[in-house]
Design a protein around this ligand. Structure first.
Ligand code: SF4
Length: 426
């Protein structure tokens, strides 16, 4: 029987879909790219905005329209968040974020009994669901989910309600998974989670830095990346590790969300902009060439023009190399969605446009500073006569030569664009 998986949303969802795919292949199902040709279709949904929910529901409807005979499995955040609204979509197996590891056996049961299956759990009381991915399509980089859930309850965010309480994969299980991936040739590991920096906090036995130290002992593992981290999770121990551990990559994605203290407070973010900035100074001292990227929401309820401009100045002061700009989007079920001082769409769009302009300039400034420097590039792919890879601090480098993939080269940076730099072999 043929199956397809349609994945929406974040890297954690992508990891879980990869795991589900591996499980079904082990169960002798055959992977198929086209859901119209598949006997089983899994939709792994995302609920980060109302628009994301709507896209997922639209996809579920079109699967049923074009393939009414398939076994339809829906899981993920929209399933958690909109379970009642999915009732009339003729779904055969409906689960949330938990039990994705059991999808293979749930499908086998359904094929035998034809009994619809719906199951959800109390999302504030969940254990970490064990999953272990054995291989990735990318040769160089592999993703490992080490953590799930969030306890922060930021006012705009639905994730604590769809992903549940913080919980972590056991350190020895992460080490085994990474060792296995490295033996298969992956040189770079990206540690992912919903709130990655909270790794281990629920048991207090170890934390993210302890995990990084353990992973650094694995032979042939060259790079350890942290996919994103909250500023409040960055402590002196982690900063020291940045200073002394050259396997830990010098790229951190640290969501700012707003550069105005009053907006940060309304968002229920747990820091002020001064606290954020002071940490950045410490990080830069430990790792001067650090690449700092961030997310900013513009047009949050009540954000004034002054708040917005304060945020723009703050982004310039930090010198982010990339800002992912999100015009605030109402997310039903969150505190922010009930706030009265919502801003008109035109204001949100206009602020997003202005911040994106600033972002382009910041990206170029960041990339330009490397012109003339020698760097090490790990080649990921060859395309149209050009080799493309990244430095440890996530500078995207293009080299006009056909180089061996998954191999390091010493390169001199000779030119810079907004999205990438050009290099020449040394
Ligand atoms: S830290 Fe805030 S924004 Fe991030 S997942 Fe948790 S609640 Fe959402």
């Amino acid at each position: 029987m043929k199956f397809s998986i349609i994945t929406f949303g974040c890297k954690v969802n992508a990891y879980e879909s990869t795991f589900m795919k591996e499980q079904l292949l082990k169960n002798n199902f055959i992977y198929c790219e086209d859901f119209k040709e598949s006997d089983i279709v899994i939709v792994n949904t995302c609920s980060v905005t109302n628009t994301a929910d709507n896209k997922c529901k639209k996809m579920i409807r079109s699967i049923r329209r074009f393939n009414d005979k398939c076994v339809l499995v829906v899981c993920g955040c929209t399933a958690e968040n909109q379970r009642e609204k999915l009732n009339d979509l003729n779904i055969d197996i409906l689960i949330g974020n938990h039990d994705k590891s059991k999808v293979g056996s749930l499908i086998n049961d359904f094929l035998k009994t034809k009994k619809k299956y719906i199951k959800f759990y109390d999302d504030r009381n969940l254990p970490f669901e064990k999953m272990c991915v054995e291989s990735f399509a990318e040769q160089t980089r592999a993703y490992v989910k080490i953590q799930d859930g969030c306890n922060n309850f930021c006012a705009y965010c639905i994730i604590p309600f769809t992903r549940g309480n913080i919980r972590s994969k056991k350190m020895e299980e992460v080490v085994d998974e990474v060792r296995d991936l490295v033996e298969k040739g992956h040189k770079e590991i990206v540690l992912t989670g919903i709130n990655t920096g909270a790794y281990g906090r629920e048991n207090g036995l170890y934390d993210l830095t302890d995990l990084i130290r353990e992973l650094s002992l694995i032979n042939n593992l060259e790079r350890i990346r942290v996919s994103s981290i909250e500023i409040t999770e960055i402590n002196d121990k982690f900063i020291k590790e940045l200073e002394i551990n050259n396997k830990l990559c010098g790229h951190l994605h640290v969501s700012l969300q707003s550069g105005s203290d009053s907006v940060l407070k309304a968002m229920n973010r747990k820091y002020t902009k001064d606290e954020y900035y002071n940490k950045i100074l410490k990080i830069r001292k430990a790792r001067p060439n650090i690449n700092l990227t961030t997310d900013v929401i513009v047009g949050f309820p009540g954000e004034t023009e002054e708040d917005f401009l304060e945020g723009v100045l703050f982004c310039q002061k930090v010198g982010f190399s990339k800002i992912h700009v999100f015009p605030y989007s109402k997310r039903e079920g969150t505190k922010a969605a009930t706030m009265e001082n919502q801003l008109p769409n035109e204001v949100k769009k206009e602020r997003a446009r202005r911040l994106i302009e600033i972002d382009n300039k910041l990206q170029l400034d960041f990339n330009k500073q490397f012109i003339g420097q020698n760097v090490k590039v790990l080649i990921e792919e060859n395309k149209n006569g050009v080799s493309i890879g990244h430095t440890e601090n996530f500078l995207k480098v293009e080299i006009a030569a056909l180089l061996k993939e998954n191999t390091n080269y010493d390169v001199k940076i000779v030119d810079a664009n907004v999205d990438f730099v050009k290099g020449e072999l040394l």
